[in-house]
Write a protein of this length. Structure first.
Length: 268
């Protein structure tokens, strides 16, 4: 715990040095913790910026709005439609770079309009171990990564979030819906809606951590291994199969490896 306290102090000191910051806010575990900590340190010299797009579920946007209203944080919502970015729809291996470069360029304009010195995003130390081309855009555009600077891992962020009374401390991890598609498969508004509806179905059924990965007309479901038994229970299995077929998938499968981040990167 002493090490965790040292990391938290390092984070606070780093944010103090920034003087003012625009936080890229998705309402997830990491960005919520970062935003609240920044507010605690910098007060009104913090704004939250959330990008609204078809790859960002409406439920996440509503949670972002509710949190900023509750905490009295200035919240700016921008339109950032990834599908309009040249080359994005074809889902190349650097898709995340294209998206993040566009996103942080837009946030930079918002920051300047509000007299904010820096932009910050919520990647943590665990993000260093996976293929993350978006971090290249972060580096190129001079975006700050306070959680990585402080050496905080996802689990540590959850511990600190719980101590701070943040409801997100045990929230499921989330990533852009575009990350659900095998590289090279065309991404469309319709396919993004299918994934959103499919994952919402699983969340409504009580599954904590889910992904629905898309391989053509196949839906590959990832849930936590401890929830396998629930998924294959006859009543749940039949409902999931029936409703995912109605959503538009021809085949519905379960990944025996279970939920894991970046599973689409395993073929790279």
């Amino acid at each position: 715990m002493d090490t965790l306290r040292e990391k938290k102090k390092k984070l606070d000191d780093y944010l103090t040095g920034l003087r003012s910051v625009a936080v890229a806010f998705s309402s997830g575990v990491d960005s919520t913790f970062l935003l609240k900590t920044a507010q605690d340190v910098l007060g009104n010299n913090v704004i939250a910026v959330t990008a609204k797009s078809c790859s960002f579920p409406e439920r996440e946007l509503k949670e972002a709005q509710a949190f900023c209203t509750q905490e009295g944080i200035k919240h700016v919502i921008i339109e950032s439609e990834e599908l309009s970015i040249d080359g994005f729809r074809s889902n190349p291996k650097n898709r995340c770079y294209l998206c993040k470069h566009e996103l942080f360029t837009r946030i930079s304009k918002v920051a300047k309009e509000h007299g904010i010195r820096h932009i910050a995003e919520g990647s943590n130390m665990d993000d260093n171990g996976d293929y993350r081309p978006g971090l290249q855009a972060v580096a190129e555009l001079g975006v700050k990564s306070p959680l990585r600077y402080a050496g905080l891992t996802k689990d540590e962020i959850r511990v600190l979030s719980k101590e701070m009374g943040l409801d997100t401390w045990n929230k499921q991890s989330f990533a852009c819906l575009s990350s659900r598609f095998v590289y090279g498969e065309t991404i469309s508004e319709e396919k993004l809606r299918m994934v959103d509806h499919a994952e919402q179905l699983l969340l409504d059924l009580g599954f904590h951590q889910v992904r629905v990965r898309v391989h053509g007309n196949i839906a590959r479901i990832e849930v936590l291994p401890e929830e396998f038994e629930k998924l294959v229970h006859e009543h749940v299995r039949n409902r999931v199969y029936r409703e995912m077929k109605a959503i538009g998938f021809s085949y519905v499968t379960m990944d025996l490896g279970g939920y894991r981040t970046g599973s689409m990167n395993e073929t790279l």
